[in-house]
Write a protein that binds this ligand. Sequence first.
Ligand code: BG6
Length: 481
Amino acid sequence: MKLYREKNPLVFTIFGASGDLAKIKIFPALYALAEQKRFPKEFYIYGFSRSKITHEEFRKSVRKSVQNKSENPIDEKLLENLLKKVYYFSGLYDNSESFEKFSMEIMKRTNNKKITNIAYLAVPPIVFEPIVELLSGIKKKIGQDLRLIIEKPFGHDEESAEKLYHHVSTFFDLEKVYLLDHYLGKDQVQSLLVLRYSNSILNTLLNGKLISNIQITASEDLSVANRISYFDQVGIIKDMIQSHLLQLLALLTMELPVSQEAKSIHREKYAVLSALKLRGYDKGIVVGQHESYKKIKGVKQESTTPTFAGVRLFIDRQEWYHVPIYIRTGKMLKKKHTYVVVEFEKLPFQKNKKDVDTNKLIIELQPDAKLHLKLFTKHGGIKSELHDLTTSESIACYGDDCLPEHGRLFVDVFKEDHSNFLSFEEIIATWRFTDKILKFIKKKNIKPSVYKDYSDGPKEQHILTDNDNLEWLEVDLQKNE
Ligand code: BG6
């Protein structure tokens, strides 16, 4: 199979090239793209950062990051060839002179050819605005085809997200802007839409009238020590729920867009995200903090930053109106496990029978990518004991064209395909909802319950489901093998 590759000469610039995100995710993703020959014949990768280092020192850090973080074994020759295309520019993010000099450097390097420029912002949000403005100032020189990738967080509340939207749209045509949430680059997450599009059975089942409740769990077995200055300010609700987990929810519950074009997908996701509601607030929000959080360097003793959150919410749309949706996520829990459970209603005459189990659709995203459909059948003979007939299928990527999340999304940017990126409307809607959660926590002065490191999280999480006579469904990997 022929893989898509960018055709025009390309300059790919990483702003914030000496940061963790670049080292952990971006350099390995660029190597994976080189491995699959996704770059055009002529391309240049630029690191732009404040540190004063040489091209050679920068190449060394790229090499180290690729060697440490790549998922596949490294082809050293390929890596050396890639490094020959890697350059470094030391500049300030808010200084027009730096950008002028940078544009001269690019023009010299590319001989003023018609090129595609991709600028990827791996920087703290505080410098998004000057970079966007100064980049737009050099657009004329480095070429009009300047595509901008901004990675979450897009603001810190509804107001700042709106401000960012106005700022970005003042300087860039939004067709050239790619708002990246790496969850949408996960193959397993992209499979959700494919599964819905290709299976009318599955898509028909994803209807609020047939569903008792939906549960989304994203547990992590690590804390946040190396990113504490960011995390302690935002907490888990902004960090995980506002974008990643609400996006998952939207992909699952939106009307299936008739066309797979980005605009249609964004419209349907927005319809869900703008209809999110908390009901019975008091019983709908639980927060926790893991036991050793305050021992992390930089965390104040009085910190109330949640490292765990559980939220019960609803979608104010006719077909979903009565379906409770539970989302929980936490750091420093027993294991890394991300999964969605869709629990179906019992048949009308079984409603009050406690011993009747329900059918479930379980979508495991990490560490295994699997789809399970829990059905039941009779176990032979006269005594009709029910027997679990769960079918499980892998939804993991296999083959030669699998890429890490950022790699997949960069290919979409090459193709100018926005369908796996966010729209500002979605972002603003999810902030509006997130702000409500946070406002309520503040108003009621809800303090996080402390939970043990490597545990299941605070026991209060069960209040969310108990109130609906339901319970969290723990998905046991072993049982579903
Ligand atoms: C990031 C958050 O966006 O996503 C991190 O800032 C979190 O705190 C990470 O750990 C989770 O991503 P993944 O792909 O490991 O589930």
